[in-house]
Design a protein around this ligand. Structure first.
Ligand SMILES: *[C@@H]1O[C@H](CO)[C@@H](O)[C@H](O)[C@H]1NC(C)=O
Ligand SMILES: *[C@@H]1O[C@H](CO)[C@@H](O)[C@H](O)[C@H]1NC(C)=O
Ligand SMILES: *[C@@H]1O[C@H](CO)[C@@H](O)[C@H](O)[C@H]1NC(C)=O
Length: 242
């Protein structure tokens, strides 16, 4: 059969339309991750001057570094920069765009497999939009979960988030040592489906976390003092700015 035969054209058309509807390796969930600057900086030895939850990233549940030739270019998100600096600051180096570049390469280029996120402007503006829509900072304050020298129980915090949003978050703590009698609140993840509806996050570690060195796990993979899912029975410290 020659390449131009009607049969082959037809199969190729069917295959390419199937590809458009359901691309292989497509992610099925987005994880919007917030981190608490005081906790992050206690691990990384930075000097936090921010006392609100900031964006860590918007991560698809599948894929990292999906397109290394798609370079971060901050002039494509120029209009977003004031909000980026406030809501998604690089806590290690506040005047740098290095964190955004890192997140774009690692996660944004994978998120971009969906048409709704297939540009840097779409990706970063959607992350900011979801962050503002959730408004986690106000919700925690409203339900009296505020930084404090007294400890919370884990279920106090979990209950507020779960009952307000109606989905299961994933809440991560720093465990200062194996048998510490306190854990430090560090990250709150809230998940979305590809249409940006809220969905439950997985309780177990996601594939993304197993494979992320550097920024996403500040102390390096496998070290006992990194972020991990909070224990149910250990008191939770939600540290104020020191
Ligand atoms: C925190 O410090 C950085 C760098 O010194 C500064 O650019 C930023 O505006 C400060 N943020 C707040 C909320 O004070
Ligand atoms: C990777 O990004 C480049 C630059 O934006 C683009 O031209 C190319 O089509 C992308 N490749 C894939 C596989 O998406
Ligand atoms: C970055 O984006 C701007 C605006 O779209 C464009 O003019 C410029 O050429 C891009 N820079 C690079 C290095 O691609």
């Amino acid at each position: 059969m020659r390449l131009g035969s009607p049969f082959l054209v037809c199969v190729a058309a069917a295959m390419s339309s199937a590809f458009v509807i359901s691309p292989p390796h497509m992610w099925s969930k987005l994880i919007l991750t917030h981190h608490w600057p005081s906790t992050f900086c206690s691990m990384e030895h930075c000097h936090p001057n921010i006392s609100y939850w900031t964006l860590h990233g918007l991560w698809p549940d599948k894929g990292i570094d999906c397109n290394s030739s798609w370079h971060f270019n901050s002039s494509q998100i120029e209009d977003l920069l004031p909000d980026m600096m406030k809501s998604w600051p690089d806590l290690l180096n506040p005047s740098s765009s290095g964190f955004w570049k890192y997140e774009w390469h690692k996660h944004g280029t994978c998120a971009a497999k969906a048409e709704s996120l297939n540009s840097q402007h779409k990706y970063f503006s959607k992350a900011l939009e979801l962050y503002h829509k959730l408004d986690l900072n106000s919700i925690l304050v409203k339900f009296e979960i505020t930084p404090s020298e007294k400890y919370y129980t884990f279920s106090q915090i979990e209950r507020v988030i779960e009952s307000f949003y109606g989905v299961k978050p994933k809440i991560q703590c720093v465990h200062p040592s194996q048998n510490a009698d306190v854990q430090i609140l560090g990250q709150i993840e809230i998940c979305f489906d590809p249409d940006f509806n809220l969905v439950d996050c997985e309780k177990q570690l996601t594939w993304v976390e197993f494979t992320k060195p550097g920024w996403d796990s500040p102390m390096g993979a496998g070290k006992p003092s990194g972020f991990s899912v909070c224990d149910h029975d250990t008191p939770v410290y939600y540290p104020p700015l020191s």
